[in-house]
Design a protein around this ligand. Structure first.
Ligand code: PLP
Length: 284
């Protein structure tokens, strides 16, 4: 079949996208699927409205109007025989030269389209309609933050929130105002000499640095450690706040939402913790 990629129509099997494309690395993109029967699109206007709204919400600057999208869809359908087709449209933030959560500057969005065969349009005939059987379950999308999934758009958007405000990370809390983690780090606080971090559950990634730090603190220091949830208010009133990640190890945080933590200086417990971590970073 014939696909469209960044200004060109070409055989689908020849279409190539960089592995650095943020659609691949972060799930950083927007898509639509529009049915087309005999060259006639169903719901084209609202499909494109929704895609433009999505692009705008995640700040991908692609300014195609409805006519440009219609031309693309109609050409894709025509080149693929104008049968019963699903027209798949996908815009990602494009391929950056590095892997960094914040939205890159000066990167061209990737625009991809192809068609696939779909069934005949459904008909109002009880003898022909397919009867469906379904399951039910609690909506868990995306309350599976313990899975290190490449679907990182939520993380990327949270990182960007902090980045746009001139900060290096964004600490996240849940509906009960309990601190879970940050957009790409785990979060620790020190209060009255005790180190706290959220216990592992579906609300946070089981960070390897978190695991190593907890073990190092327990084995090689006399600093008490508690895996317990603490609130945003506790965080703001903490003596120290730290972030952990593989690249940062234990990173001291001095300001949260512009407010100083403790005396606004890097803390003494942090120094002990990072020292212990350094001494044992190759043990695991
Ligand atoms: N939490 C999130 C959401 C992350 O993406 C990461 C690292 O990428 C972390 C925590 C820290 O994990 P680790 O210490 O394994 O790097």
């Amino acid at each position: 079949s014939i696909a469209y990629l960044n200004g060109e129509f070409l055989p689908l099997e020849q279409a190539r996208i960089s592995p650095l494309d943020r659609g691949f690395l972060f799930g950083d993109g927007i898509y639509e699927v529009i049915p087309s029967y005999g060259g006639k699109l169903v719901g084209f206007g609202p499909h494109i409205d929704r895609m433009k709204e999505g692009l705008s919400l995640i700040e991908i600057g692609l300014d195609w109007d409805h006519q440009q999208w219609r031309d693309l869809c109609e050409q894709l359908c025509a080149k693929n025989g104008n049968g019963n087709l699903g027209v798949y449209l996908h815009v990602s933030r494009g391929a950056d030269t590095k892997r960094y959560h914040a939205y890159p500057e000066g990167v061209q969005p990737t625009v991809f389209g192809f068609t696939f065969d779909i069934a005949e349009p459904p008909v109002a005939d009880k003898t022909k309609a397919k009867a469906y059987k379904v399951s039910t379950t609690e909506d868990m999308r995306w309350r599976r933050c313990h899975i290190k999934s490449t679907a990182l758009l939520g993380n990327v958007m949270h990182f960007q929130q902090g980045y746009a405000a001139g900060n290096n990370e964004t600490i996240l809390y849940n509906a009960d105002k309990l601190v879970t983690e940050a957009s790409a780090c785990n979060v620790f606080m020190v209060k009255n000499g005790t180190v706290f971090t959220a216990p592992l559950d579906n609300q946070l990634l089981p960070g390897i640095t978190r695991l190593m730090l907890l073990d190092v603190l327990k084995k090689y220091t006399d600093i008490p450690v508690k895996e317990e949830f603490f609130s945003l208010a506790d965080l703001m009133a903490a003596d120290e706040v730290w972030l952990t990640s593989s690249s940062k190890e234990v990173a001291p945080v001095t300001h949260v939402d512009g407010k100083a933590i403790g005396n606004g200086q890097i803390g003494a417990v942090w120094e002990k913790a990072q020292t212990a971590f350094e001494a044992h970073r190759y043990d695991y």
